[in-house]
Design a protein. Structure first.
Length: 164
């Protein structure tokens, strides 16, 4: 059984491995190997993880069973949108998906930002599994963004009202 808690520096190596393995399992069929590796380097490197952990006002969560980290989430308040919290990362290792780990991480993120009225997420439109997960947890599509030259040609913007 996994328990959600605030992540710390001692978790970063396991979180980095989790992110790298999960990114490859999720995106190897959607992107080139080089693009997936670049994504992994951008978000799973020790420097990137330390920056996320130390971000002022951010919430860095892990799902821990006492032996391993099975999932992680990182969110913070938007710099651009008033009263909006943004999920930047929510990943569950493939071997622990569909066991409630993602649900528990999502539920915790929903409670972390008392001033937020909206929870927001942007995701590659081809990541059907993740989109279905977020829809099942009350998020709805509010926009689509095309980004020329980006590996993700179309991003889906999902939002959920909080505190209702």
């Amino acid at each position: 059984m996994f328990f959600v808690r605030t992540g710390g520096e001692r978790d970063l190596a396991q979180v980095g491995t989790l992110l790298t393995e999960t990114l490859h399992a999720t995106y190897n069929t959607l992107y080139s190997a080089d693009e997936v590796e670049a994504m992994a380097t951008a978000i799973a490197s020790p420097a990137a993880l330390k920056a996320a952990l130390r971000e002022k006002g951010g919430e860095f969560l892990v799902a821990d069973d006492g032996r391993k980290i099975g999932g992680m989430a990182f969110a913070g308040m938007s710099d651009r949108l008033a009263k909006t919290a943004v999920i930047r990362q929510l990943y569950v290792h493939p071997s622990h998906q569909r066991q409630g780990v993602g649900r528990d991480l999502f539920a915790e993120i929903e409670t972390c930002f008392p001033d937020a009225e909206i929870l927001r997420l942007e995701i590659d439109f081809r990541n059907a599994g993740a989109i279905a997960f977020f829809h099942a947890h009350g998020m709805r599509e509010i926009d689509r963004i095309e980004v020329a030259g980006d590996p993700a040609p179309l991003t889906v913007v999902l939002e959920k009202p909080l505190g209702l």
